[in-house]
Design a protein around this ligand. Structure first.
Ligand SMILES: [Zn+2]
Length: 206
């Protein structure tokens, strides 16, 4: 099944064939913890995910019947495939040629994911923060001193510009390119209820 979106661009570049573009949802408070089944149950209740399959030793989920109620594809997007092709499904899954989901198990400590070359920005003084200083945040105390205004700031108060985050939980939606689609308010609200905090999103290829 393909979503009814206007077909006005094609993505035949080699990058698409070699790595998987993703829309990633995460709780903005970096130390937010949630056991795997709780997130899965919340997504099942929304009919956002359906059956499970294995990809490279990890559990992935096919999109559920209400997937498109919660993800809005924007303007000039190629036709979005929601189901695995009958041939070469594993390779198609690995390169994100159809949408599927991966729920990361919560890690013991927050971890950084960010697009290469991108930097979050201090909202107070608009100084870009170097990723090297963020790497030291992968510890129990998740704060840093802004090199511009010297204030102590938490990662959730940086402007990440939809290019990365620090979190213990990530919900990856494979097959969505940078800016191609956004999560709906209801989905973000429901995830927020599940963890008692706000959720946000970014785009990455990893
Ligand atoms: Zn600052």
């Amino acid at each position: 099944m393909a979503a009814a979106v206007p077909e006005c661009a094609t993505f035949d570049d080699p990058v698409r064939l070699m790595s998987a573009p993703k829309l990633v949802l995460y709780p903005t408070a970096a130390d937010t913890y949630l056991a795997g089944p709780a997130l899965r149950h919340a997504l099942e209740k929304l009919n956002f995910i359906s059956t499970q399959f294995q990809l490279d030793g990890q559990s992935h989920y096919h999109t559920g019947p209400a997937f498109l109620d919660h993800i809005s594809f924007l303007g000039c997007s190629p036709a979005i495939a929601l189901e695995a092709p009958t041939q070469d499904a594993e390779s198609a899954a690995r390169t994100g040629r159809f949408c599927h989901l991966h729920l990361h198990e919560a890690t013991k400590l927050p971890r950084l994911r960010i697009r290469p070359g991108q930097r979050p920005r201090c909202r107070q003084c608009r100084t870009d923060i170097e990723p090297e200083s963020l790497l030291s945040l992968n510890s129990a105390s998740v704060t840093l001193n802004c090199p511009g205004c010297r204030r102590e700031i938490e990662p959730e108060r940086l402007n990440w510009r939809q290019s990365g985050a620090i979190a213990r939980i990530f919900l990856d939606i494979w097959g969505i390119h940078n800016g191609e689609a956004v999560p709906g308010d209801l989905l973000l609200q429901q995830l927020g209820h599940t963890t008692s905090g706000r959720w946000d999103f970014f785009y990455i290829e990893d």
